[in-house]
Design a protein around this ligand. Structure first.
Ligand SMILES: Nc1ncnc2c1ncn2[C@@H]1O[C@H](COP(=O)(O)OP(=O)(O)OP(=O)(O)O)[C@@H](O)[C@H]1O
Ligand SMILES: [Mg+2]
Length: 182
């Protein structure tokens, strides 16, 4: 995967599959510390300690005959390839936090990609889930909350074309603003 937004989409699909009701996606960038952090936090089913132990290693997990995919190992590899780090916290019945840290300036660090499309597709396919997207570049911040949006929208469905267009435009415009100037 050559864009971080695609890794994010993949990791969030795990949260959706774990029947999360709230999913928070943080993309935090700090040029001074030369660091980009992706955090996905959910209140889904969580993982047992045994699954948690195996989930980052595709080889161990194939040997146990349990079918396990590559979403988590790929993100871990992508982060560690840049000299970054990767961790998962998870508890059955509570939820999961995935944390991937990249070295911002590393040649192998993939570009963020299109977070507007990622958020749009998450909202359209999971209108009942509450998403919070937090984006930070240095001191500049942006936040999108579907819970807040729903109160403002009244009866208008969050997955209606007008609203989706707004989500996409808002994420795109803010991304430009966060990267512009400073
Ligand atoms: N947020 C989560 N909550 C609960 N379980 C999770 C979560 N994320 C991953 N898992 C568990 O870990 C397994 C491995 O996740 P991973 O994303 O690596 O592969 P996959 O989702 O099975 O397949 P793929 O991502 O390749 O389609 C999942 O099948 C699921 O059992
Ligand atoms: Mg997955």
């Amino acid at each position: 995967m050559n864009e971080l937004s695609l890794h994010i989409l993949d990791i969030v699909q795990n949260s959706v599959a774990a029947r999360a009701k709230h999913i928070e996606i943080d993309v935090l960038e700090d040029k001074e510390k030369d660091r980009l952090e992706i955090r996905v936090k959910d209140d889904g089913a969580g993982m047992t300690p045994e699954l948690l132990k195996n989930v980052t290693d595709p080889f161990v997990t194939t040997r146990t005959t349990r079918k396990v995919g590559l979403g988590i190992p790929l993100l871990k590899f992508a982060a560690e390839s840049t000299g970054g780090s990767f961790s998962i916290e998870s508890e059955v019945g509570k939820g999961t936090v995935i944390d991937a840290v990249f070295t911002l300036s590393h040649i192998d660090r993939a570009p963020l990609g299109n977070m507007a499309e990622t958020m749009e597709s998450l909202v359209v396919t999971n209108p009942e889930i509450e998403f919070t997207y937090k984006r930070q570049v240095g001191e500049k911040r942006f936040m999108l909350s579907t819970e807040e949006m729903k109160t403002v929208l009244g009866g208008l469905p969050i997955s209606s074309p007008e609203v989706l267009m707004w989500v996409k435009d808002t994420v795109n415009e803010n991304e430009k603003e966060l990267n512009g100037g400073a």
